[in-house]
Design a binder for this molecule. Structure first.
Ligand code: BES
Ligand code: MN
Ligand code: MN
Length: 459
């Protein structure tokens, strides 16, 4: 194992250059205009796996964007690790808030990343983190350190709900057969506080449409006499949380797993400064469900948030109008035992019930996903924990994350395998936001830590 560090040191310039090439491709899965670039990115990932020494590299077609598959099968009697990641990225908008082009990667030094961070869309989520696994494979193969079998499955539709990966997994149980799934698509607490993600929240995502009159109206001629769907929508949304900031959708909390006091006390041991948290976001105060800490609110508790709201006139100047329709996109993050279909149905029922007779409402479900948890006595978790100890010099803390990777629960159902979430990003890396970045330290430390996971897992 002592050849790992020198090999990375010698090759780090190239490791960064290769990642930069991938980051230059605008693989925005949500926008059909970028179809050609998304497909080119799949090719680039396949080529990089081939160069790293993988076999059976395949671009597997699906009804949507392809899945890149590759493997190195050393010995059928040894365990198999399946690496999952995604090569698609979120749209970079709003573009004017980026200090440099989202697809023109550059390294800049910051307070959180004194060794420099790579600025680009996808730097952390997930090209940078996914590519660590490709480079870790190279490190292991070049240094004769791969102790077991490895398969790669890199998809191009994670940011739009992984619909076709579900299609692919259901049809390829044998090809994807494995003992553990290894994923770097989450974060850790800080560069000197390594952590392993033991849970992900689920998701239920809906769009609502509120209709008032059958056409846009003059707000003087009709104002005050017919319902304004924007006013009504605002009021309906405001009523979705009560005085204690609990969600008012009937039966919403029925299946929520309540943690024991002991588990909550264990969680509270993770280092967290509320002052630093507020300062980083320029907030005078935080917000959330009464009775829970900030860490609990964004991990073990469910949420309901409006992601976008629109309607009426939003152009230059003023237009006196009562719009016929108003809209909102609403996401609900779910915790263990909540089911997205059930929550979506409860929401629809509630939202329809609270609508006054002066409007009609329509609720359209979008993608959803189940929550996920791993137990810390899982042998793969123990292997991951030892790996962090080997490279960071201290054990990793188990942390439940507030984010979602819906396909992880599906892997468990379909492939009967658990996932280990070895994320190396920081919450401050601005994923999905302008100026997304990923620490050079984090990138290289990830490449160094991953081979240790294989080594301890195969023991
Ligand atoms: N990698 C993120 C999820 C994530 C980030 C989990 C950080 C934990 C910590 C993933 O790419 C993502 O953005 N997921 C979406 C859900 C998806 C259905 C669009 C999310 O969480 O909003
Ligand atoms: Mn991701
Ligand atoms: Mn994402």
């Amino acid at each position: 194992m002592d050849t790992i560090k020198p090999y990375i040191e010698q090759n780090k310039g190239r490791f960064l250059d290769e990642l930069f090439d991938l980051l230059r491709l605008p693989s925005i899965s949500a926008d059909p205009k970028f179809k050609g670039d998304v497909l080119k990115t799949a090719d680039a990932v396949a080529a990089s796996l081939r160069r790293a020494g993988a076999n059976n590299v395949e671009i597997c077609e699906t009804p949507g964007y392809p899945v890149v598959y590759a493997d190195v099968l050393t010995d059928p009697s040894k365990p198999t690790v399946l690496v999952y990641g995604h090569y698609d990225v979120q749209p970079p908008d709003p573009l004017d808030l980026w200090a440099s082009g989202p697809f023109e990667p550059v390294i800049k030094k910051t307070e959180k990343h004194p060794e420099g961070a790579i600025y680009a869309r996808g730097a952390c989520d997930d090209k940078g983190q996914m590519f660590m696994h490709v480079k870790a494979l190279e490190v292991m193969l070049k240094n004769n350190l791969l102790p077991c079998n490895v398969k790669f499955m890199i998809e191009g539709e994670e940011e739009i709900g992984s619909k076709n990966l579900e299609w692919f997994v259901k049809r390829n149980h044998d090809k994807l057969k494995c003992d553990i799934i290894l994923i770097s698509d989450t974060g850790m607490l800080a560069n000197d506080v390594p952590s392993i993600t033991t849970g992900l929240r689920g998701l239920s995502y809906v769009e609502v449409e509120v209709t008032g009159p059958n056409r846009d109206l003059h707000s003087g001629l009709y104002g005050g006499a017919v319902a304004n769907p924007i006013n009504i929508l605002a009021k309906m949304i405001a009523s979705l949380h009560d005085e204690e900031n609990r969600i008012t959708v009937e039966n919403f909390y029925d299946d929520v797993e309540n943690l024991s006091d002991a588990e909550r006390a264990e969680m509270a041991k993770a280092p967290f400064s509320l002052d630093a948290y507020k300062k980083a976001l320029d907030l005078k105060d935080v917000w959330g469900e009464k009775g829970y800490s900030t860490m609990e609110r964004n991990s073990i508790r469910p949420t309901l948030d409006v992601n976008g709201i629109w309607g009426g006139y939003i152009g230059e100047g003023a237009k006196t109008v009562i719009a016929s329709k108003a809209y909102a996109k609403i996401s609900m993050r779910l915790v263990p035992h909540q089911k997205p279909e059930k929550i979506t149905a409860l929401f629809e029922k509630h939202f329809t019930k609270i609508a006054p007779d002066c409007v009609t409402v329509k609720v359209t479900p979008h993608h959803g996903g189940l929550p996920y948890v791993t137990q810390i006595d899982n042998p793969a978790y123990v292997a991951a924990s030892k790996a962090y100890e080997a490279t960071f010099g201290k054990p990793a803390i188990p942390v439940r994350s507030g984010g979602s990777i819906p396909i992880v629960a599906l892997f468990e159902q379909e492939l009967k395998a658990k996932s280990i979430l070895m994320g190396f990003g920081l919450d401050s890396d601005a994923i999905h936001s302008p100026n997304e970045h990923y620490g050079v330290f984090n990138y290289l430390k990830g490449i160094e830590t991953i081979p240790y996971f294989y080594s301890f897992f195969a023991e």
